[in-house]
Design a protein around this ligand. Structure first.
Ligand SMILES: [Zn+2]
Length: 373
């Protein structure tokens, strides 16, 4: 769940609810713990004011980091949708993967470079403000922001996919071997190893009594682990399904049901007979909808003998059909967005087949078993 805060250079900047919660927590920790310990004798109001400035600075630092990625992407012609402030920093949402190792390298390195530049800038500002007696308090905020940006740069440069450092690493392996799939796999493995190390570190910290810090590291480790795993899966899915014609995956000439029969007849003559959970409904030669297990279950058993298929079917719509010219990746995306695990394949509006999520995933797991040694 996220909220759009503003739009810059055609890119939406959004805040995820998780970030808002963490930011509130950090502000509280800064105002109640960190700043009072570092600079004694100021009023609570001053501490809160400093904390608020620090949080705004932190948000800006993350946005600028992501914006650096985005601008390079834009320059390279990769369209970008939005930037979201998420629990562990920012996420820049790209619509496509980079086309070459060099493009990936430039895009990935831009963010950490921006963080280093900000760290230097904030450090310089802090040093200059500290020289002025009156401004020494605010200089501490800048000092803190400089530190945060060094941490952001260092953390993001860990060679663990999907972090920036992992992308940099992948682009180098990709350039050396010319093999994106292999490079993705190696980088993701490294990412998982790092994630495991971070989690073990977290457990040690927790055992040593630093419970909150330990838990924090364990969460970051879990996050990197699952992100690394899904990077591999997505890359494989793209490679298997992108451009793959639907004809290869669909079952042609499916059994169809006329709209006029009763639900009892549908159960007896179709569902029990063929053991499919969904049938296209065809009137004369025209495709009018789909009906299956779900619609039947939602009809009370006492009404089966009197209810017609046309009364319970899902009428034909863009949600349940896909044109034969689309590829398997489009079908997957549609299934994902419409929550239908089966789609009717049409050619100029005529039914030519059916495609099931299960068939697509079965093929994917076969490929993984054969290639993923
Ligand atoms: Zn980044």
């Amino acid at each position: 769940m996220n909220i759009r805060i503003f739009r810059i250079l055609g890119i939406d900047i959004k805040v995820d609810i998780s970030w808002a919660l963490i930011a509130t927590f950090i502000a509280w920790a800064l105002a109640q713990g960190v700043f009072p310990r570092l600079y004694e004798g100021l009023s609570p109001f001053a501490y809160w004011w400093m904390a608020l400035t620090a949080i705004i600075g932190l948000a800006l630092s993350i946005i600028l980091h992501e914006l650096a990625h985005s601008l390079v992407a834009k320059f390279l012609g990769l369209p970008l949708k939005s930037i979201t402030l998420f629990v562990f920093g920012g996420i820049a949402e790209l619509e496509a993967e980079p086309k070459s190792p060099l493009a990936e390298f430039a895009m990935a390195i831009a963010g950490p470079l921006m963080s280093v530049a900000l760290a230097v800038l904030f450090g310089w500002t802090a040093a200059n403000l500290a020289a002025v007696e009156m401004l020494s308090t605010i200089s501490k905020v800048f000092e803190y922001l400089a530190l945060i940006n060094w941490v952001l740069a260092a953390f993001n440069m860990l060679p663990a996919l999907p972090l920036d450092g992992g992308r940099v690493f992948r682009s180098i392996v990709w350039a050396l071997t010319g093999d994106l799939t292999g490079a993705t796999r190696i980088s993701a493995k490294l990412g998982m190893a790092f994630a495991t190390a971070i989690m073990i570190l977290g457990v040690f910290w927790a055992l040593l009594g630093q419970f909150a810090a330990g838990l924090w590291w364990i969460l970051i480790g879990l996050f990197i682990r699952s992100a690394a795993a899904s990077t591999v899966y997505q890359e494989l899915m793209q490679r298997v399904f992108k451009g793959a014609p639907l004809r290869e995956f669909m079952s042609a000439d499916p059994i169809t049901v006329p709209p006029g029969i009763t639900v009892s007849k549908l159960v007896e003559d179709y569902i029990y007979e063929y053991h499919f959970d969904l049938f296209p409904v065809v009137s004369e030669t025209r495709l009018v909808g789909a009906v299956g297990l779900k619609e039947t279950k939602n009809t009370h058993r006492d009404n089966w003998a009197t209810t017609k298929v046309s009364d319970i079917m899902v009428p034909i719509s863009d949600e349940i059909t896909i044109d034969i010219s689309a590829d398997a990746m489009d079908a997957l995306k549609k299934m994902h967005s419409s929550k239908h695990s089966r789609l009717l394949v049409t050619d100029k509006g005529n039914l030519v087949g059916m495609i099931a999520l299960k068939d697509l995933l079965d093929l994917l797991s076969l490929k993984m078993a054969l290639e993923g040694r």
